[in-house]
Design a protein around this ligand. Sequence first.
Ligand SMILES: O=C(O)CCC(=O)/C=C/C=C(\O)C(=O)O
Ligand SMILES: [Fe+2]
Length: 315
Amino acid sequence: MTLALVTMSHSPLLEFVDPPADVKAEVEAAFEAARSFVKKYDPDLVINIGPDHYNGFFYDIMPPFCVGYDAVAIGDFGTQAGPLDVPTEIATELTEFLMERGIDMTVSLRMEVDHGAVQPMEIIYGDITAKPVLPIFINSVAPPFTPLKRIRQLGEELGAFIAERLADKKVLVIGSGGLSHEPPVPQIATATPEVREALLGGGRHLTPEARDARQQRVINAAKDFAAGVGVVKPLAPEWDQELMRILASGDLSPIDAWTPAEMSEIAGNSSHEVRTWIAAYSALGAVGDYTVDYSFYRPIPEYIAGFGVTTATLN
Ligand SMILES: O=C(O)CCC(=O)/C=C/C=C(\O)C(=O)O
Ligand SMILES: [Fe+2]
């Protein structure tokens, strides 16, 4: 068994807005670093930890986390649609292992995933079916949120599973999302009756017209934010860099003290996507000491994101 890690911000806006050319070039260089890292490592299984943005998971039942025994990408914001190559037997074994270890895992026998889950696979491989992918969803946009300590425990038990049960595999764990950001993802607390219905499940399987309208709203908000107008919350680069410093240190325990309310207040309503990074780093740390080999960070208003990419390997 070997394990390596990539964490990566995603953005629905990558193909729809244009940051200055030097910023775009920096982001492309970061993606290329992740690509060449993965190419050199050449995993035979990807464990993809990602959020969802009311495309696969809704408030009719909103689990804190979930393993996909099978998964299909919905293809929002121009991302690739269609089934992932999910190793169902490993997903089943992982779930049973986690349950035995005190993690009350939810399962989906047909998980629907959006750009938040598939974008790293597309950026790295150009094809979401290039490798077997075991998808783990972590709720990162829909309060209430499970405490970060539980996310760390989930990651640690995932690491224990990889070490104990995937002895014959080269595994890559991906954490997709973050860092500080508050794109216009609706909030149940402030939703109009119509939006509330969408968040309760009415937003599932949108018509192409409704999908376009929803996407255009996000694109327009990004253009406004980059132009300094509109009401999007400012990014929080200091918070982002503190998190990245803690993750690189190998001791993630300080994060346990962070509360969801503080995270929303300081770093925005979608900052909870860093849960995917925390779970991924916890898994790696449960297997052994590690080194962050590559780290990129830049606040990018055009993407409404504190944007980060890291790679890490066991020492
Ligand atoms: O329109 C909606 O309801 C959701 C908008 C949306 O999907 C925004 C996503 C933003 C990110 O994934 C991000 O910046 O992390
Ligand atoms: Fe997101």
